[in-house]
Design a protein around this ligand. Structure first.
Ligand code: HEC
Length: 136
């Protein structure tokens, strides 16, 4: 962001010095790119960094990035899956191989503490989420 502002200051200065119309027009795209760049990048970054850490630690090894994992359910479904000490989510893992660890985590106090952040993160990537971040 600091770089963008600096670029903007330099460019507006140059813009003021240039008095003929054609070079001015050439400068316009350069002037607006910092804004366009800021806009297109902002929604890609998750707002829920803490939940992301919890997700990557607890679920990422089997379900991949937040984009893949979050996509398994809707915003509302995630809420239900994690509710009541993740009763439903535990059920989904019970008959699967190698899931003893994740079941133990979901039943632990650790999960209870991490619930809110984890839920926020998963909902951010839910398959009906309005602003799905794409880089994680
Ligand atoms: C050890 C591997 C493993 C870990 C860790 C793990 N899962 Fe799973 N998960 C599975 C398997 C295997 C299934 C059942 C097969 C499937 O549907 O992909 C499953 C199924 C699911 C489903 C149901 C998918 C569907 O299509 O119905 C959800 C939702 C889910 N997991 C969420 C999570 C979340 C959230 C975490 C972290 C808190 C997590 N899982 C951690 C292995 C894992």
């Amino acid at each position: 962001m600091r770089n963008n502002r600096l670029q903007l200051i330099v460019l507006s200065y140059v813009f003021q010095r240039v008095h003929t119309i054609i070079p001015r027009m050439l400068l316009i795209p350069l002037l607006i790119t910092p804004f366009l760049r800021g806009k297109s990048h902002a929604p890609h970054v998750t707002q829920e960094k803490i939940g992301q850490q919890y997700y990557l630690h607890a679920c990422g090894s089997c379900h991949g990035s937040g984009k893949l994992g979050g996509n398994m359910a809707t915003v509302l479904e995630w809420k239900g899956l994690l509710a009541n000490h993740a009763k439903e989510l535990i059920g989904l893992h019970e008959d699967e191989n190698g899931t003893a660890g994740i079941i133990a985590y979901l039943k632990s106090d650790c999960f209870t503490r991490e619930h809110d952040h984890l839920l926020k993160f998963l909902q951010e990537f839910a398959n009906d989420s309005e602003s799905i971040p794409t880089c994680y």
